[in-house]
Design a protein around this ligand. Structure first.
Ligand SMILES: NC(=O)c1ccc[n+]([C@@H]2O[C@H](COP(=O)([O-])OP(=O)(O)OC[C@H]3O[C@@H](n4cnc5c(N)ncnc54)[C@H](OP(=O)(O)O)[C@@H]3O)[C@@H](O)[C@H]2O)c1
Length: 195
């Protein structure tokens, strides 16, 4: 499929390289030339939003009406200096309001270098990627893009729950910066509801 990427930085390169390897056509875009975001949005059957939080509004305005109704993957983190900067709702819900796209929150929990792994797997188990979104067809499309990386998709619920993924990113970034292994804070599934 054709994947347009709004952004030409680390996440655009990491995910775009993986999807190109899987056989997709990928077009990235930065702030120059002036119509780059609109061109990438037009090109993509699916679009990945991969710009820094402060550039989200400007980027979506530049991408324009080409995003209406499209599957838009939001991997952005509204986290500045380790702090969650959204006060109500989520960045993903704002992205949906600004773009008119069918937004799926995904790929925001792991560092770019994890997304570059072929495949991202630890102790023999593939990485699980939670998705939040409201549109079943959009979720199915993003699930297939998760599998293209060798990862396993998991439902995180509707877009109203995307803020939980964003808050989780802020939490684990803080743990990692403090030297704690965020993966170790939760018990295995067998213990999740008591022993
Ligand atoms: N890096 C990670 O490990 C990681 C992991 C998970 C989620 N994320 C999230 O993914 C998003 C992208 O991260 P990244 O590491 O790829 O960032 P990055 O390497 O700094 O690249 C940022 C991209 O955003 C564009 N951009 C920056 N400020 C902008 C503005 N004010 N208006 C429009 N565009 C702007 C840049 O455009 P130019 O090319 O024109 O400069 C660039 O293409 C962020 O929201 C981040 O929180 C990152």
């Amino acid at each position: 499929m054709r994947i347009g990427i709004l952004g030409a930085g680390n996440m655009a390169d990491a995910l775009g390289t993986q999807w190109a390897r899987a056989g997709h056509e990928v077009r990235t875009s930065g702030r120059e030339p002036a119509d780059a975001f609109a061109q990438a949005a037009e090109f993509g059957e699916v679009v990945l939003l991969a710009v820094r939080h402060e550039g989200v509004g400007e980027t979506l305005r530049a991408a324009g009406s080409a995003l209406t109704g499209k599957v838009l993957i939001d991997c952005t983190n509204p986290v500045v200096d380790g702090e969650l900067v959204t006060r109500t709702g989520s960045a993903a819900q704002r992205v949906a309001e600004l773009s008119g796209a069918r937004v799926v929150k995904a790929f925001n929990l792991c560092h770019e270098d994890v997304w570059r792994m072929t495949p991202p797997a630890f102790d023999g188990a593939p990485l699980v990627v939670p998705l939040c979104g409201d549109d079943p067809a959009a979720l199915a499309t993003v699930e297939s893009l998760v599998r293209d990386l060798g990862c396993v998709p998991a439902s995180g619920g509707g877009l109203a729950r995307a803020g939980l993924l964003e808050a989780t990113a802020a939490l684990v970034i803080g743990l990692w910066r403090g030297g704690a292994d965020a993966q170790a804070i939760l018990p295995p599934l067998a213990y999740a509801q008591g022993g």
